[in-house]
Design a protein around this ligand. Structure first.
Ligand code: NOJ
Length: 549
């Protein structure tokens, strides 16, 4: 792979700073904790780290409410720590991707504070969506849009003279006012923020809520039955593509920098527009992430993903989980193995068979890492951590939990601090001198899922991920390139990854999602299997194998 095109094949580790490792003992992860565990990530075999937002933030939405996009959250460290971290990661061959959040600010961002103070019709308010309310005294929201986190998408301000005032738009929490992307200051500001971080050596940007930025300025009501969710009928507009064309020009003025879009859109044709030439390099793959553990459904999503990216020559992204969705071993251990944000409250009512879920998650990991393109691993996925569904209500932090009155359990269960070592919480997440407990409680059963325990166990999830990532990196046939399906029985996915280079062995991947064992297709050796083969050498259900051909 050409150095400059590293992102086409990369294995990228999603690092949620708050929950990765706590260096200073305050119960919250920080950059010192990351720096002291970079060798873990190098050994795991990842090519890049994507950091969830690390900027100063009141943490109303876990850092997706940013008060200074050029700084580091003091609880995480300093800009000097970030610079040192970038340098140390680069020295280990690990690239750095950071989150940029262009749809909204924090209500504590100086621009929003200035907008409130400046009053109606001011240049300061024009950077956001301030509007008069409806009704004779303006005490009804300007339209009927609902926040993606529940409740109305508008909050009313008190004007500087103390009178009830205008309303501002927030597609997420009230502490996250939406920027107005028709405003020239907003456009210039974000280009400058990109330059700030690219100039410090950051290799890529993950664009948060990337389809939502620009809105229909008429702010029309939505149909009453419009379902809540991360896409919105009056966003995903043509003018958002102007923003990304200008961002691409900024990225291209530095070597090998990459723009990755978080674009939740059900419509593949509209999604494909974001990877058109001169725009984003890649987009996240939510259809794959949400797909049930079902061979026909997975095959359809894989084909659609490749077809969507093909016209632009963009590489696919394969991702099983992230900080917004249920952990994969829990999902695959339920009677319904799909994921859907709007139906999370319903999924949590299913009993979880963790042994089955873990077996399937192992098989899914090998399937995913064999597909053509780049792959994301959400921290803790490599340990087989489960969704913590029994966090006491008073400790829950996610605004989704609060704004839905507890009806939606939210995302805290996938954000519990990592277990590193030892047999009791905090499992080495915090140093022995810690003065606070981890910000979310860890299940005591995670003593068997610590990095220390799993590194010592031949058949652990960690050892499987390490081995798979190393084979994937060393094999010219895996990562970017083409795949070809092989004939297979119902419920079985079989495909070849051939490098095309003479004398370079290919990899044949077979995933058995059926209920009985299947025979292996022709091969020279077994490279890696997600679980033991049967005594007569067949592939058991819920198992994936990589074969050398
Ligand atoms: C998507 C992020 O992944 C999620 O965590 C966040 O709450 C929303 N965007 C709002 O920024």
């Amino acid at each position: 792979m050409h150095e400059d095109l590293w992102w086409r094949s990369a294995a990228i580790y999603q690092l949620y700073v708050r929950s990765f490792a706590d260096g200073n003992g305050d119960g919250t992860g920080d950059l010192a904790g990351v720096r002291s565990h970079l060798s873990y990530l190098a050994e795991l075999g990842v090519d890049a780290i994507w950091f969830n937002p690390w900027y100063p933030s009141p943490l109303a939405d876990a850092g997706y409410d940013i008060s200074d996009p050029r700084g580091i959250e003091p609880a995480f460290g300093t800009l000097a720590d970030a610079d040192a971290l970038i340098g140390e990661a680069h020295a280990l061959g690990i690239r750095i991707i950071i989150d940029v959040v262009p749809n909204h600010a924090s209500d504590q961002h100086p621009w929003f504070i200035a907008a409130q103070a400046a009053g109606p019709e001011s240049a300061e308010r024009d950077r956001f969506w301030f509007r008069r309310g409806r009704g004779p005294s303006g005490d009804e929201p300007p339209n009927n849009w609902q926040s993606i986190f529940g409740g109305p998408a508008w909050t009313r301000v008190t004007e500087p003279d103390g009178s009830p005032g205008e309303w501002y738009l927030h597609l997420f929490a009230p502490q996250q006012p939406d920027y107005n992307w028709s405003n020239a200051d907003v456009r210039a500001e974000f280009e400058d923020v990109l330059r700030f971080w690219f100039g410090r050596g950051v290799d890529g940007i993950r664009i948060d809520s990337g389809a939502l930025l620009t809105k229909d300025a008429a702010l029309p009501d939505v149909a009453a039955d419009y379902p809540p969710g991360p896409s919105h009928p009056f966003t995903d507009r043509d003018d958002v593509h102007d923003v990304y064309r200008s961002w691409r020009a900024v990225a291209d003025s530095y070597p090998a920098r990459v723009l990755i879009g978080e674009i939740w859109l059900p419509d593949a044709a509209r999604l494909a527009r974001y990877v058109a030439p001169g725009e984003l390099h890649t987009v996240f793959n939510f259809p794959y992430l949400s797909c049930p553990w079902d061979a026909a459904a997975l095959r359809q999503v894989i084909d659609e993903t490749l077809a969507l990216n093909a016209p632009a020559g963009a590489p696919a992204i394969w991702v099983l989980s992230n900080h917004d969705v249920d952990r994969i071993v829990s999902r695959y251990g339920r009677a319904d193995t799909a994921f859907n944000l709007a139906r999370r409250r319903y999924f949590h009512n299913f009993p979880v068979d963790l042994a089955l879920g873990t077996k399937r998650a192992r098989a899914a990991a090998l399937l995913t890492m064999a597909l053509p393109g780049s792959v994301y691993i959400y921290q803790g996925e490599e340990l087989g951590l489960w969704e913590v569904q029994d966090i006491p209500d008073e400790l829950r932090q996610d605004p989704i939990w609060r704004r839905t009155g507890g009806a939606d359990p939210g995302r805290d269960g996938s954000r519990v601090p990592l277990p590193w070592s030892g047999t009791e919480p905090p499992f080495g997440f915090s140093p022995p001198s810690a003065v606070s407990e981890p910000w979310l409680p860890q299940p005591k059963e995670w003593r068997d899922l610590t990095v220390e325990a799993e590194a010592a166990s031949d058949d652990s999830m960690l050892r499987l991920y390490r081995e798979a990532l190393h084979i994937r990196r060393d094999s010219a046939a895996l990562g970017d390139g083409a795949m070809s399906w092989l004939p297979a029985a119902d419920g079985v996915l079989a495909f070849d990854r051939l490098s095309g280079a003479v004398g370079v062995g290919g990899v044949r991947c077979v995933a058995n999602l059926s209920t009985g064992p299947v025979e292996l297709p022709p091969h020279t050796t077994v490279l890696l299997a997600s679980g033991p083969l049967t005594s007569d050498g067949n592939l058991p259900p819920d198992t994936t194998v990589w074969l050398r051909v």
